[in-house]
Design a protein around this ligand. Structure first.
Ligand code: SAM
Length: 281
């Protein structure tokens, strides 16, 4: 085992005060800093008077850079990896680098700090004893809804990263797949000037975003309450009647979706019931 180290250094997700003293010290002391976007990170380094050379390490050159970094470490250099914001490897590059460096027998040392998902979770008011991080959902609508559907019965808090371009589409998809009554927390612009945390049903949060386009700007973490088995999973005769009546006017899928919105019951459960009712007609 050599003395050369690879440090995985978290940087701020907005507020520059979140760069820890240890991170500053490490970034000053290493021989080179591998950065996702060197121009972006140069500004952060200038702010803290850090003049360590920066080399690019991003999705498109990471495998090659990993080999180069192992060579540097073999000649006694220590290296720090940073991403544009937050903790490297968390929806950011670094996985191949860490693997390669560890496989070559060098130590990889975490220098922890900000991570948007953990920051959002900590203020969400949702259970945090167990949780699941989905990262970014697929960009295409159908794939995204499929993925949300696969998480619909996940029993613990789960969450995603989302960009301003897709936040309203995500709200629509959450309503479509999970129903408007699902409880969520949306954390926007954490640690920045317009930091906002909205908690409520998807329908409520969606209405706030619709009413104020400023609320659609910035960076988002969306956390979703885990699925709870309904106390009495029997669908009441009234709901059954409502579904029956709607199915006379609408396709089963649409009827199930409307009833899910109105009752908070799972669309899938209502859809399955609709299929059974239709087959018995
Ligand atoms: N590695 C980063 C981390 O540790 O959080 C995440 C990088 S990922 C490429 C960027 C996404 O993280 C954004 O699209 C947004 O969903 C989320 N994010 C980053 N900064 C944020 C902030 N200040 N407030 C809310 N979400 C943020």
């Amino acid at each position: 085992m050599s003395d050369s180290l690879l440090y995985i250094v978290s940087t701020p997700i907005g507020n520059l005060g979140d760069l820890t003293p240890r991170a500053i010290e490490v970034l000053r002391q290493v021989d080179v800093i591998a950065a996702e976007d060197t121009r972006h990170s140069k500004r952060l380094m200038n702010h803290f008077g850090i003049d360590t050379p920066l080399i690019p390490c991003h999705d498109h050159n990471e495998r090659h850079q990993a080999e180069m970094i192992v060579q540097r470490m073999g000649s006694g250099q220590s290296v720090a990896l940073i991403s544009d914001a937050g903790t490297p490897l968390i929806s950011d590059p670094g996985f191949h680098l860490v693997r390669t460096v560890r496989a070559a027998g060098f130590r990889v040392v975490p220098v922890p700090g900000a991570c948007a998902f953990i920051a959002a979770l900590s203020v969400s008011g949702l259970p945090t004893d167990r949780f699941y991080f989905e990262g970014f959902l697929p960009a295409k609508g159908t794939a995204r809804r499929k993925r949300i559907d696969s998480l619909a019965t996940f029993p613990n808090t789960w969450g995603v990263y989302e960009s301003p371009h897709r936040i309203m589409d995500l709200m629509d998809d959450l309503v479509t797949v999970l129903g408007g009554e699902k409880y969520i927390t949306l954390a926007r612009e954490i640690t920045k000037t317009f930091e906002t945390v909205l908690a409520g049903t998807v329908a409520e949060v969606q209405a706030i975003l619709k009413a104020d386009s400023n609320q659609q700007r910035g960076e988002f973490v969306v956390l979703v309450e885990g699925y709870k088995e309904p106390e009495n999973s029997e669908i009441s005769p009234e709901v059954e009647k409502m579904l029956q009546r709607l199915m006379e006017e609408l396709p089963i899928k649409k009827a199930a979706s409307v009833v899910a919105d109105l009752t908070g019951l799972r669309k899938k459960e209502l859809y399955d019931l609709g299929l059974v009712m239709r087959s018995g007609e």
